[in-house]
Design a protein. Structure first.
Length: 277
């Protein structure tokens, strides 16, 4: 789906994307529900693009077909002859987004945990739009610890606004399309594109500071440690790897700890560390 809703009036050009990971159903169904329920004459300003990220993976019910699409938005991949269906799709999406000023990319987390917002720069525009989303934690990544390869980073590294909204756990029955549509409509109200007053939240802000990589010889997490958004004091034992015990050097909040054996590869990210903003 590449569905434009244009008010014909001045205002921001916004994109809501979903299904960049093809198995994250709730945001996908929310996008279709919004497309069915929002007509151009309902928009009071600007234009909205509703964009299905990876239609082939969605049809197959899979996260991706060949490579993770949300790692393909780099200058290198976008500038070369595509080597996979996802690389081809990344180039098509980058072209479709050329006139978009503000992008919100809707996802679900693979591991259980609370919903949260992520974006690259820690600036006022990103903060103002993040506050329109139902999430108690907002994580910024000014140093591009995540690698500058995601769809939201394609926008935010080119002077535009790019926000990733993790709507909740993929297996949580309470993470419904209806709940996500409420968030989408709240963003549109906050941007002046729908009438009414938007809700804004007080949020806890974290900044990514460091990437810890998996040591050679594997890694075993310490008992009770290794949950997303878990805040721990300096000196905490994280676990044991081939190079010995790994302790936190400073207080930190764990972001996306890798626990499943197939992602615990030497040299690959083990966990990202964040500090209070
Ligand atoms: Zn995702």
């Amino acid at each position: 789906m590449l569905h434009w809703i244009r008010s014909g009036l001045p205002g921001p050009t916004v994109c809501f994307s979903f299904g960049v990971h093809g198995d994250e159903r709730a945001p996908i169904d929310a996008g279709y529900a919004l497309a069915a329920s929002l007509s151009a004459d309902a928009l009071s300003a600007g234009s909205l693009l509703l964009l299905l990220g990876n239609p082939e993976a969605v049809a197959a019910g899979r996260r991706y077909l060949e490579v993770d699409l949300n790692r393909c938005f780099t200058a290198a991949v976008l500038g070369r002859s595509p080597r996979s269906r996802e690389e081809q799709r990344a180039q098509a999406l980058a072209a479709a987004l050329r006139e978009v000023e503000i992008l919100l990319d809707f996802h679900c987390t693979v591991e259980p945990g609370e919903r949260f917002v992520m974006h690259h720069p820690d600036d006022a525009r990103h903060r103002q739009i993040s506050a329109l989303l139902d999430a108690s934690v907002v994580l910024s990544d000014p140093g591009l610890c995540f690698g500058g390869c995601s769809l939201d980073e394609l926008l935010s590294t080119s002077g535009r606004v790019g926000i990733c909204y993790e709507t909740g756990w993929i297996g949580d029955p309470a993470n419904t399309p209806e709940r996500i549509v409420v968030q989408m409509r709240n963003v549109l109200r906050g941007l002046g594109m729908l009438p009414g007053t938007a809700h804004r939240l007080d949020q806890r802000r974290l900044v990514l500071t460091q990437t810890l990589r998996c040591p050679s010889g594997g890694f075993a997490w310490a008992s009770g440690v290794g949950h997303n958004l878990q805040s721990l004091p300096a000196g905490t034992l994280l676990g044991e790897g081939g190079d010995g015990a790994l302790h936190l050097q400073a207080p930190a909040t764990l972001i996306f700890p890798k626990k499943r054996p197939h992602v615990l590869q030497p040299g690959q990210p083990l966990v990202y560390l964040a500090a209070g903003a």
